[in-house]
Design a protein around this ligand. Structure first.
Ligand code: PLP
Length: 386
């Protein structure tokens, strides 16, 4: 069997050895509960304090503005429901986009369905960019929150978050961004971005699955969505997951240190991959924005090919890829993101997402470019034209 080529870093990443090393003591001798007042507990508290300071340094915010959660999904839910319920008396209107992750979309739909909130789902253009004028038109006196992702998980398009923040700031409307896909690949300065809330998930940047962050700007109204102890300054009850929180902080710290060199290297590989695919595969189309896209993300649609069949074919060559979001793979429904970008369903079903990471190199890109055209040709030969 040939060497495995993992091109699905948007789905998840392996835990870095340095991260494992930082976490290990907290599974063993340093097992205290951070709420305990004796030495072992204080030691765990200090570890969490270190993690909070570290994450705050990377995000350019205050440590008290960091809330540790169990994942990106929880961070998104806490941001949206937390602000919505806290500001219920002021307004019931939320604005988001049609291409958000389901953690945001379904949280918004739940608020609509069960609590009478009104949600506007903004359209995007053919490159996946949100329409700022449509956003401005959608604002009402009742709008309390806007949630727009920093970068899309399926097509990598980066949204103009700063411009959105500028539109909202003078109106006193809070801005949340789901930055889960940007963690480890883009600079994350909450002041430059101008956001009030920002979600991250550890497993997208070489920390374990099951740990996340929600940044909450000081003064942002937020009701907790789960009740219990007073952890995380009352914003997120539950005994802190000390090893995972330490791991997340270590991974984010490493990612921030290496960001300039990683970004440049990944961008080079990504551009080679995109150019190669467009050159060698007839009828291939790049999806997402040509330039405003994540440095590690290449995504395509291919006429006359079923995305799932292509994944299986690549798997036979030991290449791990995705049709788009991991959460929808396994279902044949075309992606809501590609549909919102105006792609016909027949084309949207032939999608492929290749997302790069630390261990990928030029040889792997070349091998992928050797395998992919043949795989597509074979599938086209056996697939009736739709
Ligand atoms: N938001 C985006 C944009 C994502 O890509 C993901 C995961 O793929 C999530 C949220 C959910 O994060 P988690 O898997 O940590 O729940």
């Amino acid at each position: 069997m040939s060497e495995q080529i993992y091109l699905d870093h948007a789905a998840t990443t392996p835990v870095r050895p340095e991260v494992v090393e930082a976490m290990l003591p907290f599974f063993g001798s340093r097992y205290g509960n951070p709420s305990s007042i004796y030495g072992l507990g204080r030691d765990a508290r200090e570890a969490i304090d270190w993690a909070r300071d570290t994450v705050a340094r990377v995000l350019h915010c205050r440590p008290a503005e960091i809330v540790f959660t169990s994942c990106g999904t929880e961070s998104d839910n806490l941001a949206i429901k937390g602000v919505a319920f806290a500001l219920r008396d002021r307004g019931n209107h939320i604005i988001t986009t049609q291409i958000e992750h389901h953690a945001v979309l379904h949280a918004c739909e739940w608020l609509e369905r069960y609590f009478g909130f009104e949600v506007t789902y903004l359209p995007v253009d053919s490159t996946g960019l949100v329409d700022l004028q449509a956003l401005e038109r959608a604002l009402t006196d009742h709008t309390i929150l806007v949630s727009v992702m920093l970068a899309n998980n399926e097509v990598g398009t980066i949204q103009p978050i700063r411009a959105i923040a500028d539109l909202l700031r003078r109106r006193g409307i809070y801005l949340h961004t789901d930055a889960v896909q940007a963690g480890g690949t883009l600079e994350l300065d909450v002041n430059r971005l101008g956001v009030d809330l920002l979600s991250l998930s550890g497993h997208k940047f070489y920390a374990p699955k099951g740990v996340g962050v929600l940044y909450v700007r000081q003064g942002t109204p937020l009701l907790p969505i789960q009740q219990g102890g007073g952890q995380e300054r009352g914003r997120r009850a539950g005994t802190e997951n000390v090893p995972y929180i330490v791991g997340l902080a270590r991974a984010l710290e490493l990612a921030a240190e290496e960001l300039p060199s990683t970004t440049q290297r990944l961008r080079g590989l990504r551009d080679r991959l995109i150019a190669g695919v467009l050159e060698r595969v007839p009828g291939a189309r790049l999806t997402g924005h040509p330039t405003e896209r994540l440095p590690n993300s290449a995504s395509f649609v291919f006429e006359g090919v079923e995305g799932e069949a292509l994944l299986l074919s690549l798997d036979q060559h030991n290449i791990c890829a995705s049709t788009g979001s991991a959460c929808t793979s396994g279902s044949l429904e075309a992606s809501h993101v590609l549909k919102a970008m105006g792609l016909p369903v027949s084309l949207a079903q032939g999608s492929l997402r290749l997302t790069l990471g630390r261990d990928n190199d030029a040889d792997q890109i070349e091998r992928t470019l050797e395998v992919l055209p043949g795989a597509i040709e074979r599938l086209r030969a056996v697939t009736p034209v739709r």
